[in-house]
Ligand binder design. Structure first.
Ligand SMILES: [Zn+2]
Length: 443
C-alpha cells in the first residue's frame, strides 16, 4: 500500500500540472515523513493560487502592489460602514463524500453556520479575549449567513446537497470538486448563492489534509489585482476540508489548532474581498488596511501574544494574531477590524450585491427585489423593496394553511415576539400588488 501510494505520488509530482498546483518540496518531504505536523498544513490555498497567477502572468505582481494601495480609499467609503442594515447571505453547502466519515451531519453544518454568524456579528464568546489595544478597532461586520430555503428552480431545500463520489480525495486539484464531470458538484447560480464545497482534501496515505480551505475573491475587488477571481465563473465560492467544517473540538493531532470552525470564517473573508493581514509578504507588503498592524509573516498555528514582527508608525503595535485573516491557532482568533468590515461590505454592495436579492429565501423567485430579514426571525421581521423602494401598505403573516395569524398596516416591520416558533408565509402588500415569502420564526 505504501509503495503503491508512493508511485501514485511520484507520477503526479512529475507532471507539470502538479508542479503548478502544489509545492513539490513539501510533497516530497511528506512522502518520507508519514507524520505531518501542524506547521506543514497549508491553512489556505489562496496565496498559492496567487503564486500560480504571478508565475503565469508577468504583470500580476505589480498590479497586486497597486491594488493594495487602493483598498484603503474604498474601505473608508462611509456608505459601507455598518449602520444597522444586516446583510444576509444565502448559502448552499455541497457535501461530497467517499466515506461515511466525510458525509458530515446536518448538525455539523448547523454548527458551522452558527460559528459564522457569531464571528461575523462579533457575538463570539471569545470576543472578550481581544487585547485591549485592539478593542477600539474590533468590529461587528453586520453580515449573517443562512442555509438557502429554495434552490435555483424555486423548490424547497435544506440548503445542503449530498453527493457520493468515486474520488477518494480532492487534494490534487483546487477545482475538481466544483464540477460533476470531475467527481464534484456543479455550483448553484454563483451570483445568488454562496457555494461552499465540503470534501476530503487529505493526502491519501497520511490522511491529513495538505490544504484546509480555499476561496475566490470577486473579480474586480479593489485590493485584488485583475485576474484574481475564479478562472471560470461557475467556480466562484469556498472549499473547505470536511475535517475542519464546523467546530470539531479536536484536542490532539495536527487539526487541534483548527478546531473552532474558523477555516470557513477565514475563507469567506477572502470570498468577501479580504486579504491576509500580513499582506502575503514581508513588512513592506500589507493588506492595504491601516487598522491591521503590519506583520512579516503568518502566525503559523500559534497563540504568541509577544509576536511583533514589524515596526508600525506612529504606534508600534504587536502582530494582530486575534484576526480571522491570520493563520493563528483558531482558539486565539476572535476579531475582524472596522476597515475589514467596511471592505467586506463594500465588496458585497458592489461586487456581490445579487446575494442580497433574497433568491435563497424568496417564495416567489420571480420577485427577488424584496428583502425579508432576519430569517429566521425572533423579535421582528423587516421587509424592504430593494430596487424600486415601493411602500409597504400591509403585511400579513399566514400559517401554512393560509390562516392570517398577524397583520400590520403601513409598516415595513412586523412584531413577531409573541408569535409561536414555526414556518410561516409573509404576504407583502404594496397597493394592490402582493408578494409572498417563506419566513421562519425561532425563539
Ligand atoms: Zn487565507
Amino acid at each position: 500500500m505504501f509503495w503503491a501510494n508512493n508511485l501514485y505520488l511520484a507520477r503526479n509530482i512529475f507532471s507539470m500540472g502538479f508542479f503548478l498546483r502544489f509545492p513539490a518540496l513539501v510533497v516530497i518531504a511528506l512522502i518520507f515523513h508519514a507524520d505531518i505536523s501542524a506547521q506543514q498544513i497549508e491553512r489556505c490555498a489562496v496565496r498559492r493560487y496567487e503564486e500560480f497567477r504571478i508565475a503565469s502572468d508577468p504583470e500580476y505582481a505589480s498590479r497586486r502592489l497597486a491594488a493594495a494601495q487602493e483598498i484603503e480609499n474604498y474601505a473608508r467609503n462611509s456608505s459601507s460602514r455598518f449602520n444597522g442594515e444586516v446583510y444576509r447571505i444565502p448559502v448552499v453547502v455541497h457535501i461530497i463524500y467517499n466515506s461515511e466519515e466525510q458525509n458530515i451531519s446536518d448538525d455539523q453544518v448547523e454548527l458551522q453556520m452558527e460559528r459564522l454568524n457569531l464571528d461575523y456579528r462579533r457575538l463570539n464568546s471569545d470576543a472578550s479575549q481581544t487585547r485591549q489595544e485592539f478593542m477600539p478597532v474590533a468590529a461587528d461586520a453586520g453580515i449573517e449567513f443562512y442555509l438557502a430555503d429554495f434552490d435555483p428552480d424555486g423548490n424547497p431545500t435544506t440548503g445542503i446537497t449530498r453527493t457520493e463520489t468515486s474520488v477518494g480525495s480532492f487534494w490534487l486539484s483546487l477545482t475538481d470538486m466544483k464540477s460533476e464531470s470531475t467527481g464534484g458538484v456543479n455550483a448553484w447560480d454563483v451570483n445568488h448563492y454562496l457555494n461552499i464545497w465540503v470534501c476530503n482534501m487529505a493526502i491519501p496515505f497520511i490522511n491529513t489534509p495538505l490544504v484546509l480551505g480555499f476561496a475566490t475573491p470577486p473579480e474586480g475587488a479593489p485590493n485584488w489585482p485583475a485576474n484574481s477571481g475564479a478562472e471560470e465563473p461557475a467556480q466562484d465560492g469556498v472549499v473547505i476540508h470536511y475535517g475542519v467544517f464546523g467546530p470539531t473540538g479536536e484536542t490532539t493531532g495536527p487539526l487541534a489548532t483548527v478546531n473552532q470552525g474558523r477555516t470557513a470564517t477565514h475563507e469567506i473573508g477572502h470570498y468577501l474581498g479580504l486579504r491576509h493581514i500580513w499582506g502575503d509578504g514581508d513588512c513592506t507588503e500589507d493588506d492595504g488596511l491601516t487598522d491591521t498592524p503590519t506583520a512579516a509573516a503568518a502566525s503559523q498555528q500559534t497563540c504568541d501574544l509577544s509576536s511583533n514582527s514589524c515596526t508600525d508608525n506612529p504606534d508600534d503595535l504587536p502582530d494582530m494574531i486575534e484576526n480571522y485573516m491570520d493563520y493563528s491557532d483558531e482558539n486565539c482568533m476572535n476579531m475582524f477590524t472596522g476597515q475589514q468590515v467596511e471592505a467586506m461590505r463594500f465588496v458585497i454592495e458592489n461586487f456581490r450585491q445579487d446575494l442580497l436579492l433574497g433568491t435563497g429565501n424568496a417564495f416567489d423567485t420571480g420577485k427577488p427585489e424584496i428583502l425579508v430579514y432576519p430569517n429566521p426571525a425572533n423579535d421582528q421581521i423587516q421587509v424592504m423593496f430593494k430596487t424600486n423602494h415601493d411602500e409597504v401598505t400591509k403585511l400579513e403573516l399566514r400559517d401554512l394553511s393560509g390562516r392570517i395569524v398577524k397583520e400590520d398596516f403601513n409598516n415595513s416591520t412586523l412584531d413577531v415576539s409573541t408569535t409561536d416558533s414555526g414556518v410561516y408565509m409573509i404576504q407583502i402588500w404594496s397597493g394592490t400588488n402582493y408578494f409572498v415569502h417563506k419566513v421562519m420564526i425561532r425563539h
